[in-house]
Design a protein around this ligand. Structure first.
Ligand SMILES: [Zn+2]
Length: 254
């Protein structure tokens, strides 16, 4: 059979395959197209479409030695939110579960208001279970994890630095307009709500009591948030990553 990989999928192929436009592969056993592609190094979660004779096929397709398949990468959020030949049951929303190898993303995504599961340590099996049971997209830099059969929705993070990874995820999943900075707890992913200063005044340090008047509290873990150098640093990161966006931050320093 013949396989043509498109876009960044070629970078994921095992050495020896990477420089070939069209890979010739002799079949010596009955195998699904998914298993053949993954044996060449590309996780199934990275694939957006499989085309044979101008027709889209599913991962279960069994090719023969005359089959010629075109393999295209994921193209964006529609691959997750609409039914496709590869993933007939789409996700209701774009929410995430992070692998430990992209753990530094957690603060940035939660800071931007994006629903993100993360715990460390966590076993591969537990992470997959969270992804599958909670309909979350598993973000990882581990190709082998993303080849796991149980997983339908995953995404291989390409960049190394957390800020670049943050930009990559926001742009790829088309989330730029959905950013709601400082609406979610960076510690536990819970939603933040405004809280009256008088109600929590006993918990504040003396200087915080004097200088800050606008507070938010996590509805899950009760952690308190207020403007200050930490929050200003976070606003700078968001502005640096998305210079064209106008983010109004509700609680300004008084
Ligand atoms: Zn919390």
């Amino acid at each position: 059979m013949f396989l043509s990989f498109h876009g960044h999928l070629r970078n994921l192929l095992r050495r020896g395959y990477q420089n070939q436009q069209k890979i010739e592969h002799a079949l010596n056993r009955r195998a699904s197209i998914k298993d053949i592609i993954e044996s060449m190094g590309v996780p199934h979660t990275e694939i957006g479409r499989l085309i044979i004779n101008d027709q889209e096929v599913s991962f279960l397709h069994i090719p023969n030695n005359n089959t010629s398949v075109e393999i295209f990468p994921l193209s964006g959020p529609d691959d997750f939110l609409t039914a496709t030949s590869l993933r007939p049951e789409p996700l209701p929303e774009l929410i995430f579960a992070l692998d430990m190898n992209v753990g530094k993303l957690v603060k940035l995504l939660r800071m931007a208001g994006i629903d993100t599961f993360y715990t460390n340590p966590i076993s591969e099996l537990e992470l997959l279970k969270v992804g599958v049971e909670e309909n979350r997209i598993v973000l990882s830099r581990n190709k082998d994890l993303l080849k796991r059969k149980a997983l339908t929705f995953g995404y291989l993070v390409k960049n190394f630095s957390p800020e670049k990874q943050f930009q990559e995820i926001i742009h790829f999943f088309g989330l730029t307009r959905n950013l709601q900075p400082f609406t979610r707890c960076m510690a536990c992913n819970g939603l933040l709500k405004k809280v009256d200063k008088q109600k929590i005044i006993a918990e504040l340090e003396p200087l915080t009591k004097i200088h800050y008047h606008c507070f938010q509290q996590c509805s899950d873990c009760t952690k308190l948030y207020w403007s200050g150098s930490h929050k200003d640093k976070m606003v700078d990161i968001i502005k640096r990553c998305f210079p064209d966006q106008d983010f109004s931050v509700e609680c300004k320093k008084h």
